[in-house]
Design a protein around this ligand. Structure first.
Ligand SMILES: C[S@@+](CC[C@H](N)C(=O)[O-])C[C@H]1O[C@@H](n2cnc3c(N)ncnc32)[C@H](O)[C@@H]1O
Length: 221
């Protein structure tokens, strides 16, 4: 996938995909958006001491990195499974400024996330292990994980750009691989997405969004 680097309003990078006319994150602030939607609204609402996270779209690894930093604060063990069809090159990943902005001492840890082998578990830190799977989630039938997930970061490109990633089949699949009381968050608050999540079986609430976005969604099993 052809990509261009851009700086968002909080100073952090995002990537722009000219072929889709789509950004990986909000141009109002990539770090700010990821913290708000996935860490604050999602991860922090899971009460378990050992958490299995599923992410749709590893992308820049920003959500994984923020989650890893969060585990250090809370000393909770996290197994993080992330699906990605178009992995970034290591060279591109090394240009991202997230570690430099958040905690320069963690630059090597951010690089470890990207250098981690695909399709196998990688112990990145004491609390955080990572399984990256090169997988086309527009065909969810073949996704057969070994465990159920407690927290789901649904971070696909927008429905207008990639409608094949926002189907009833996909949300049914996610519901079926979620544990009791699982929490899913997504930056997209469209009615059609909310209704698909409800039809899958989730109880869905609208929450205030990060700057530049009125609402986001949190779904609970
Ligand atoms: C909004 S970006 C994700 C941002 C990412 N979570 C981050 O922290 O940078 C959407 C991601 O979905 C990936 N993607 C696109 N089509 C996909 C597919 N069919 N299956 C899995 N991932 C896909 C893209 O390559 C991109 O990395």
């Amino acid at each position: 996938m052809n990509i261009e680097f851009e700086i968002t309003e909080d100073g952090s990078h995002t990537l722009f995909v000219p072929g889709l006319n789509e950004h990986y994150h909000s141009t109002h602030g990539a770090i700010q958006e990821s913290m708000h939607v996935f860490v604050d609204a999602g991860l922090r609402h899971c009460v378990k001491s050992e958490i299995k996270v599923l992410e749709i779209g590893f992308g820049t690894g920003l959500n994984a990195f923020l989650t890893l930093l969060e585990t250090e604060k809370s000393s909770r063990k996290i197994d993080f499974t992330s699906l990605e069809l178009y992995p970034l090159s290591i060279t591109d990943a090394e240009k991202l400024n997230y570690a430099g902005l958040i905690d320069p001492s963690k630059k090597d840890v951010f690089e470890k996330l990207h250098k981690a082998k695909w399709e196998v578990w990688n112990q990145i830190t004491l609390y955080f292990s990572l399984l990256k799977m090169k997988f086309d989630f527009s065909k969810p039938t073949d996704f057969c994980p070994e465990n159920q997930f407690d927290v789901i970061f649904f971070d696909a490109f927008a429905p207008e750009k990639q409608p094949e990633m926002w189907t009833q089949e996909i949300f049914d699949k996610i519901y079926s691989v979620s544990s009791e009381n699982a929490i899913l968050t997504t930056y997209c608050a469209k009615g059609v997405v909310r209704r698909m999540l409800q039809a899958a079986g989730f109880v869905v609430e609208r929450l205030p969004g990060p700057p530049g976005k009125r609402e986001i969604l949190r779904a609970r099993k």
